[in-house]
Write a protein that binds this ligand. Structure first.
Ligand SMILES: [Zn+2]
Length: 278
């Protein structure tokens, strides 16, 4: 009985996810809107205003404060389901320096895709039919003082929102999918070196199924400390989608380097991957 009920639920889960339509035009508009807020460092009035808008767009949207970080908060949406569940995440803050940095790809693009995946899955009535899916927009990924990313202590100075999330929700997450530089023209997303190989393989299979394989070459690149790292360190299987060839820490990171087609490819692939995680 239990097994039969489970497989019925699983089939419903599949159908619901198949109906989910990723609207890349919506995602593109949301990238533009974020960039229009200007530079958005953690705790800034601009970012806090943006967060109110993002929260309203997420299913069951809510804030979670990051302890000991004034004004810094994650924005979280939820589609209920079995736990441990799936986290799809991106950071929504931008670098504090250089002055004028607007972070079109780092990380407005990933944020927009996470929000649109949430909307698409919620509209397809995925709820209570599979694993819980949480959509987490991390605040404070970038270090507060504009310390260079990837410096030795980046794990402790940056990743403030993701470390806080993992500490607050032990055991709640089985898989984590992180979107970092995912919106640029000519997007190439090889496996980031620390990403879990089994989950990466499943992602590539998902890309094959939706016709986006050319974006996900079967090669491995540099390992990067990013918002997936606290999840990995707590035993969660995780992948970080990031085109490390992109100038994500320069003033060049603007809309003109982005492509709606890249948003579409990543959004559709991740929806397919969520569909395949049982
Ligand atoms: Zn980033």
């Amino acid at each position: 009985m239990a097994a039969a009920a489970d497989s019925g639920a699983a089939r419903h889960h599949l159908r619901a996810a198949e109906l989910a339509h990723f609207d890349s035009h919506f995602a593109w508009r949301l990238v533009r809107e974020q960039v229009a807020f200007g530079q958005r460092p953690a705790g800034s009035p601009q970012l806090r205003a943006l967060a109110v808008k993002l929260k309203a767009l997420l299913p069951h949207g809510k804030f979670e404060a990051v302890p000991n970080q004034k004004g810094v908060r994650n924005v979280i949406g939820t589609i209920p389901g079995r736990r441990p569940g799936i986290v799809v995440g991106a950071h929504y803050d931008t670098l504090a320096t250089p002055k004028g940095f607007v972070g079109a790809n780092n990380g407005a693009a990933g944020t927009a895709i996470v929000v649109e995946i949430a909307r698409a899955l919620a509209a397809a009535n995925l709820s209570r039919t599979g694993r819980e899916v949480r959509f987490v927009l991390f605040d404070g990924e970038e270090p507060p003082s504009g310390l260079p990313e990837q410096s030795g202590d980046f794990y402790d100075s940056g990743l403030r929102g993701s470390r806080a999330y993992v500490a607050r929700h032990p055991g709640r997450t089985a898989r984590m999918i992180l979107l970092d530089y995912v919106g640029n023209k000519g997007l190439q997303l090889p496996r980031e070196g620390s990403s879990t190989e089994s989950l990466w393989s499943r992602l590539r299979a998902s890309a094959g199924a939706v016709g986006t394989s050319s974006y996900f070459p079967d090669t491995t690149e540099t390992a990067i400390i990013d918002d997936h790292t606290p999840f990995l360190r707590s035993g969660v299987r995780a992948v970080d989608l990031i085109d490390w060839s992109y100038p994500g820490h320069s003033l060049e990171d603007r809309l003109r380097l982005l492509s709606r087609k890249s948003l579409d490819a990543v959004g559709r692939t991740v929806i397919e991957l969520i569909r395949r995680i049982r």
